[in-house]
Design a protein around this ligand. Structure first.
Ligand code: NDP
Length: 273
C-alpha cells in the first residue's frame, strides 16, 4: 500500500495541493497517495486521529485549521511555534510534529524563483494575519535593511513587531503613516484581494519598488497588483510560487527528497495581465 498524505481544510474543493504533491511524487518516483479532507471545527481532532490511525503519515493544513492543528501537535518546531500556526503535520508513532512552511516557501519564491534578494532590501509587508506571522522569521533571517509592517488593525502589527523585533529591524506602522516612505519590495499579505478590495496603501510607497508580491493566487491582476502596475513597479507576482514552494518543503520534510518546483509552477501560473 502507498504511504498516505492529505490536505485538510474547509472549504477544500478548490485545493491545488493534491495536484502539486502528485506531480512531485511522479517526478521523484515516490509511491504516495495524496487526498483532500473537508474538515469541520467540531470534528477536527477526530478527523486527524482517524487519518493517522488509518496509516496517514502527514497532513497539510489550510484555513481555518492552522491554529487548531498546532494545538493538537505533541511537538512544535520553532517556525510553527513562533507563527502560532502550522501548515504541515508529520505523524511518527504517537508523535504529531508541527512545522510551518508558508514563510520559507514565500521567501524561496521571492529569492530563488523571482531572483530578488531580501538582504539589504527595504520591505513593506501589508497585513498581520496568519500568513504574515509565518513569514516574519524567514524574512528577517535574510537581513533586510528594514521591514515595515502595516495593518488595518494597528494593534496586531504592534504585537507582531514587539514579538519579532528581536530577530531583526522590524517596525509597525499605520497605513496613513506610510505617506512619503519608499520601499524596494512590497508584499500584500492581507486577504483584501479575496474580496477584490485594496488595502489602503499609498501609491507612493510603491513608486521605487522593483517587486510587488500578492500572496493570494489565481486572482489575476488584483487591485493591489493594479496599483503597483500603475505606480510603474517592473515585476508583479502572485502567490502561486509560494504555494508550490511550501508544498515542496513539506514534501522534503516527509519524504527526504526535494522535488523540482519549476515545472509545477509553470503549469499552474495564470498570466496576471
Ligand atoms: P488572515 O485572515 O489571517 O489575515 C487577514 C489580514 O488581512 C489581516 O491583517 C486583515 O487586517 C487584513 N485585511 C483583510 N481585509 C482587508 C482590507 N480590506 N483592507 C486592509 N486589510 C485587510 O488571512 P491569512 O493571513 O491566512 O491570508 C492572507 C492572504 O494570504 C490571503 O489572500 C490568502 O489567500 C493568502 N495566502 C496565500 C498562501 C499561498 O501559499 N500563496 C498561503 C496562505 C495564505 P485586520 O487585522 O485589520 O483584520
Amino acid at each position: 500500500m502507498s504511504d498516505r498524505y492529505a490536505v485538510i481544510g474547509n472549504p477544500i474543493g478548490h485545493t491545488k495541493s493534491p495536484l502539486i504533491h502528485r506531480s512531485f511524487a511522479k517526478a521523484t518516483g515516490q509511491d504516495i497517495e495524496y487526498g483532500a479532507i473537508e474538515g469541520s471545527l467540531e470534528r477536527f481532532s477526530d478527523d486527524v486521529h482517524a487519518f493517522r490511525k488509518a496509516g496517514g503519515l502527514g497532513l497539510n493544513v489550510t484555513a481555518p485549521f492552522k491554529l487548531q492543528a498546532l494545538a493538537l501537535a505533541t511537538e512544535r518546531l520553532e517556525r510553527a511555534e513562533l507563527a502560532g500556526a502550522t501548515n504541515a503535520l508529520k505523524f511518527e508513532g504517537d508523535r504529531i510534529i508541527a512545522d510551518n512552511f508558508d514563510g520559507v516557501g514565500l521567501t524561496r519564491d521571492i529569492q530563488s524563483n523571482l531572483g530578488f534578494s531580501l538582504k539589504g532590501a527595504r520591505m513593506l509587508v501589508l497585513g498581520s494575519g496568519g500568513a504574515v506571522r509565518g513569514a516574519l522569521l524567514p524574512f528577517l533571517a535574510q537581513q533586510p535593511a528594514e521591514l515595515v509592517l502595516a495593518n488595518r488593525t494597528l494593534s496586531k502589527a504592534d504585537d507582531l513587531a514587539a514579538q519579532f523585533a528581536v530577530h531583526g529591524p522590524l517596525r509597525a506602522c499605520a497605513y496613513a503613516d506610510l505617506a512619503g516612505e519608499r520601499f524596494d519590495i512590497v508584499i500584500n499579505g492581507t486577504s483584501a484581494s479575496l474580496k477584490a478590495e485594496l488595502p489602503p496603501v499609498p501609491a507612493e510607497a510603491l513608486q521605487n519598488a522593483t517587486l510587488a508580491y500578492e500572496l493570494a493566487y489565481g486572482k489575476g491582476l488584483t487591485p493591489f497588483l493594479r496599483l503597483a502596475q500603475n505606480a510603474g513597479v517592473p515585476k508583479l507576482a502572485d502567490g502561486v510560487g509560494m504555494l508550490v514552494e511550501q508544498a515542496a518543503e513539506a514534501f522534503l520534510w516527509w519524504r527526504g527528497v526535494r522535488p523540482d518546483t519549476r515545472a509545477v509552477i509553470e503549469r499552474m501560473t495564470i498570466p496576471l495581465a
